[in-house]
Design a protein around this ligand. Sequence first.
Ligand SMILES: Cc1cc2nc3c(=O)[nH]c(=O)nc-3n(C[C@H](O)[C@H](O)[C@H](O)COP(=O)(O)OP(=O)(O)OC[C@H]3O[C@@H](n4cnc5c(N)ncnc54)[C@H](O)[C@@H]3O)c2cc1C
Length: 479
Amino acid sequence: MSAPTTLVWLRQDLRLADNPALYEAATRSAAVVPVFIWAPQEEGDWPPGGASRWWLHHALKALRDDLQQRRARLILRRGPSLETLRALIDETGAGAVYWNTRYEPALRKRDEKIAEALRAEGITVATFSARLLHKPDAVRTMSGGPYHVFTPFWKKIRSTLIVPDLLPIPGLDATTAPARQPASLPLGTLALLPKIDWAEGLRATWTPGEQHARQRLAYFLDARLSDYDDARNRPGHDGTSTLSPYLHHGELSPRQVWTAVKNEMHNGVTPQAAESWLRQIAWREFSYHLLHHYPETPTAPLKTQFKDFAWTRDAEALERWQKGQTGYPIIDAGMRQLWRTGWMHNRVRMIAASFLTKDLMIPWQDGARWFWDTLVDADLANNTMGWQWSAGCGADAQPFFRIFNPVSQGERYDADGAYIRRWLPELAALPNTYLHKPWTAPTDALHTANLSLGRDYPTPMVDHAVARDRALAAYQKIR
Ligand SMILES: Cc1cc2nc3c(=O)[nH]c(=O)nc-3n(C[C@H](O)[C@H](O)[C@H](O)COP(=O)(O)OP(=O)(O)OC[C@H]3O[C@@H](n4cnc5c(N)ncnc54)[C@H](O)[C@@H]3O)c2cc1C
């Protein structure tokens, strides 16, 4: 029997459309109470970082406003989650709690305990899948184990996936409010925004919220998708969707993305272009598959021999990398893009991660932590896979001995220098020939560009060729 009042515990699903927990609650019960509980202490070693908190604040604000327009309310509370849900059950007389599943190891365990405790108290608990196209354990290899290689995983998904019809925004309004409306904390009291305001660049770059996510998706499909395959590796051009923070915070569902791409194929987008982008969405599925089967991998290498790798602990070198002061323009541009906007282009993420782990031999976990704090799309599954891929210790990873050359990568993917000139204005006047290796520029070229190396821009902190040999020698010892 359905409960008259249902709490919908919103987490990383900050949207009204295609939200199964919200939709089912509205369909099955007379009154619905959407609630968000801030409980970072329950996220184990991975509470949201600074940039993610900034995004979360604005995503909650957008969701609150969207609900308010329908004369419905978002209830904001602080954790602990179980006690808060219990209090809300008391305050509203709710008989059921619905939520969409999260897959991070600490949260999976927490949610199981909460479901068990509530059920034992006679409360109906229903959970739904909303974060992925597939549950992370839905596909298995022929031998019944997890996939370690992406392409067969993708083929399997492709051949088995049935994406259900999207769920509409449920009819929430004043009439679906509970008879006893619980109090909500003001958003500001969650203290998600930074105390010292470093978020100017984030504000200038992003508009969080479900409506904007949908607009960005529509724009990308309309104006960019057909060119994606060519443009996706050029960081100086707006060639990728930049939807990752919206997908991470659940302002957009992967099913909405999938369905929109399929519809677009009727509007002239070629199957290759569509396929190429859907494949990226499938990498996200793959990362959740890996995190599900290897929950220790946010800190431990999947290839266990890497536990014995001779990593270097060098706080000063780490800081130069973080601040974009390595002397290699493609890396410094990426690290400065990250610091200012909370996002970095995928190609540059790979080059910067390769440089940290191979040229500097600094543990990938240190890089993953920095990304965790600075990315607006910081996502435990994607970040873990991205770092382990780059360091060579993950599933289907770039082999350790393939070490990106930061100069040739820059020359290849930012041939016109648009990316470097945008993020490193001090190099803007250098001719393209020297832009990715300013230390090779003759004195008169430096003079004309008004550039003094060592003063305006650093010389390289390591010689890539020497660093490469050092990394390969260290790798030989653990092979
Ligand atoms: C070292 C490293 C760390 C990373 N950390 C994160 C992270 O914390 N959060 C995150 O969302 N992505 C991460 N990525 C993956 C990737 O860089 C971003 O998803 C991508 O740059 C987002 O830009 P976009 O939305 O324009 O992507 P698009 O190219 O438009 O792709 C569409 C969507 O597919 C997914 N996607 C694309 N590429 C990947 C990928 N390689 N792995 C997993 N999913 C992918 C994302 O959800 C993305 O929004 C990381 C990659 C590396 C190499």
